[in-house]
Design a protein around this ligand. Structure first.
Ligand code: ACO
Length: 381
């Protein structure tokens, strides 16, 4: 039996498993549409709250709806005491921040009254609290006391505030907001699919989000950030970029931050994040790292065209994510949890969409094991 004769598609490649109004990924055109808007348009302008509203309710909120939505998230940011105690115990084990988020996420609805909670309340609470978990855990890991969330700041600003206690500049808030919007949804990626499978069993939203976080944690999805920026730091000076990357390619190594499984032209998210990073570094008054990264990018593309002609290997989202989040003073261990803080908007939107279909997701497998075994007692094996 061959894979073709059974219809088996390894990795479900090419299988259409959902209809969605949330996002469209066109790898040939290099186009990402989020709920009708090009990512370039939405990500650079929207607040994160507007992106959540758009993904959950399929339209942008008017002013009073937006204000009510912001207030609802702000009012739910504080963590249950038991979640904070759990995070302190996790910090003693010095686990990575993504493990802490996975462990804590299942406790975020502790104070919501179980079955009495509406799915909207769960959605608002989970989204509001993920940054609080990440920031609190980060501080506990450094032996610092967590900073209580403020209700007078918007979602992105409050996340930055909870990390170091400083009210962030508008440019830094814009930088984070653009990042969260950019990664808010991306087709039927692994974590989104995991969330849809779980909610399709009529399980609850918290379970779906915990499953999605588990899927995002893996290195083949969101769990291997940072190496793109490590390369920029290793290069250090513009004139070393070409010899450094040539040596890497001569050894048969890959240039991190370039190439993509889906995008066969430039990843549109790279452009958005490059622009956001430039504006943020400019406002902070130091463009040196940004300029070095842009130079590395230019040389990398030139060399990839030379070494891998016809492959059209271009900058991917990781390259400028690392630069932007580093510019926001986030350590590498916080990159994937911050990705989760943005992607939760899409996970929840997909869960709502899946719930409306009312359909269990239940693909088939083809049996390739033995068929003629008969039972033998343990002593005779
Ligand atoms: N540097 C050098 N060569 C590369 C790179 C790269 N970054 N990416 C692909 N190639 C080469 C491969 O060696 C291969 O060459 P060959 O045909 O001579 O053997 C050819 O291009 C095609 O490679 P594939 O692995 O088939 O490409 P695919 O599209 O499956 O891989 C991937 C995509 C895994 C992202 C790859 O481009 C890569 O390893 N990039 C570097 C790691 C990275 O940046 N990861 C973050 C991805 S961002 C994201 O997933 C959200």
């Amino acid at each position: 039996m061959t894979a073709e004769s059974t219809g088996y598609k390894p990795g479900l490649e090419g299988v259409v498993a959902a209809e969605t109004r949330l996002s469209s990924v066109d790898g040939q055109k290099g186009e990402l549409i989020i709920s009708g808007y090009l990512v370039e348009d939405l990500a650079l302008h929207a607040t994160f709250e507007e992106t959540c509203y758009l993904l959950w309710y399929d339209r942008l909120p008017n002013e009073s709806e937006l204000s009510a939505f912001k207030q609802s998230l702000a009012a739910r940011r504080a963590l249950p005491a038991a979640t904070l105690a759990l995070l302190a115990a996790v910090a003693e084990q010095k686990l990575p921040a993504m493990d802490a988020l996975r462990i804590a996420a299942g406790t975020l609805d502790l104070d919501l009254g179980g079955d009495q909670t509406s799915v909207d309340q769960q959605a608002h609470t989970l989204t509001a609290r993920i940054p609080t978990v990440v920031a609190a855990y980060w501080r506990l890991l450094q032996g610092q006391t967590p900073i209580a969330p403020r209700t007078d700041l918007d979602h992105a600003a409050n996340y930055l505030y909870m990390l170091n206690g400083e009210t962030p500049s508008p440019a830094r808030v814009r930088g984070l907001e653009t990042y969260l919007n950019t990664v808010s949804d991306h087709g039927l990626n692994a974590s989104t699919f995991a969330a849809r499978v779980i909610i399709a069993t009529q399980s609850d939203l918290t379970s779906a989000i915990v499953g999605a976080i588990g899927a995002l944690k893996g290195p083949l999805h969101g769990g291997a950030p940072g190496p793109a920026l490590d390369m920029v730091f290793e290069i250090g000076e513009a004139n070393k970029a070409e010899p450094f990357m040539r040596a890497k390619l001569d050894r048969g190594e890959r240039l991190m931050g370039f190439g993509h499984r889906v995008y066969k032209v430039r990843d549109p998210r790279a452009d958005v994040l490059s622009q956001a990073a430039e504006e943020m570094f400019k406002a902070d008054g130091d463009l040196n790292l940004y300029n070095l990264a842009k130079h590395v990018e230019t040389i990398a593309i030139k060399l990839l065209d030379e070494y891998k002609p016809g492959r059209n290997l271009r900058t991917n989202v990781e390259f400028f994510t690392a630069l932007l989040l580093h510019g926001l003073d986030l350590e590498t261990d916080l990159f994937t949890p911050t990705f989760a803080a943005g992607r939760v908007a899409g996970w929840i939107g997909h869960c709502f969409e899946q719930q409306r279909t009312g359909r269990l997701i239940r693909p088939q497998s083809v049996y390739i094991g033995e068929r003629d075994r008969t039972w033998t007692p343990a002593a005779e094996r």
